[in-house]
Design a protein around this ligand. Sequence first.
Ligand code: PMP
Length: 414
Amino acid sequence: MAEGFNQFRADFPILQQTVNGEPLTYLDNAATAQKPNQVISALTDYYRSDNANVHRGVHTLAERATLKYEAARKKVQTFINADESAEVIFTKGATDGLNLVASTYGEENVHEGDEIVISITEHHSNLIPWQQLALRKKATLKYIGLTPNGEIDLDDAARQITDQTKIVAITHASNVMGTITPLKKIGELAHQHGAILVGDGAQAVPHIKVDVQDLDADFYVFSGHKMMAPTGIGVLYGKRQLLEEMPPYQYGGEMIDFVNLFDSTWTQLPWKFEAGTQNIAGAIGLGIAIDYLNTIGMAQVTVHEQQLVDYVLPKLVAIDGVTVFGPHDPSRHTGVIAFNIQGIHPHDVATAFDMDGVAVRAGHHCAQPLMNTLGQVAMVRASFYLYNTQTDADKLLSAIKDTKEFFNYGAVKA
Ligand code: PMP
């Protein structure tokens, strides 16, 4: 089962080390994923052999760099099934893409009295841009609530989305509880009311097959670094017609057609939204990360993570003093699991785990409204990826046992 993927671990040099005398068990993949040799080599090869600025030169290196950069865009297009590569905008990451949409489409289309609908489970990146837009425009920000299971409540979505709604912006998969959103259904509701759907795919694209046309998403964002690409590269997908109608996000080189003294015109998609020198090496690295995922197959990646969750989640739920947030049914999960140990602060848990070489995250996970809703200040989050194994899951379980002993859990409980 989940051990079958051990062959991939050899591709990830960072996983070969020990931490505090223990083999590293990296379970912080929802924060950022590790990089295989293929991606690392693509970066060094690019800088050793091809480095030049794209689109601007006719010399050989400039042409080579441009070809590689645009080939990466094409790989993204195919990977998410966008209709054309012009609908793929390279950004710094999911946050950048969401800010782009809020500052351009949002600025033009949201007016006083309009509604923007998000959910209570959103990452701050898919919350603050809309909150600030709503404040600027005197629009109303509305929140879709959760079912008792911690999943987005579709009945509430139907109540919150109205004819006044202009934008519905929802995460495709939660970065805290690992729940998967029925984004297509929410999109249908949005479209019935004339609103657009913005999908936050930061925690979905690395783990499940995403088809932006099937979702009928108007905009969809994700970050390269959570899918083994470098940091500082991400993608905004947008439907051509919407992107055409939107004003540019930033102004400068690359995004212009003609510059006159007192006005200018903008170049065509996708470059209209790529002002200035882009993260060329990052985009190329993202293309190689996509190649890596394609070699395994996204269906296989999902199955592998599902097997790990099937294995570990029931065991976590059964541990005395451990509270798992979100669904306890493994089939309702990505490889992201949030929990707390009664009486031990999440930061202390994460520090104790580190003594066992286990890397997890503790905190509010950039989702303070969700923490408040669940009555928690912070949580521990373990998140799995394709290079994790059943051994890693067992290590997580033994780290919990060690931590409980270290903090004298029995006495705490009593
Ligand atoms: N949305 C979700 C659901 C996320 O998990 C994250 C990253 N934690 C983001 C948005 C923001 O991604 P980035 O920091 O790469 O821009």
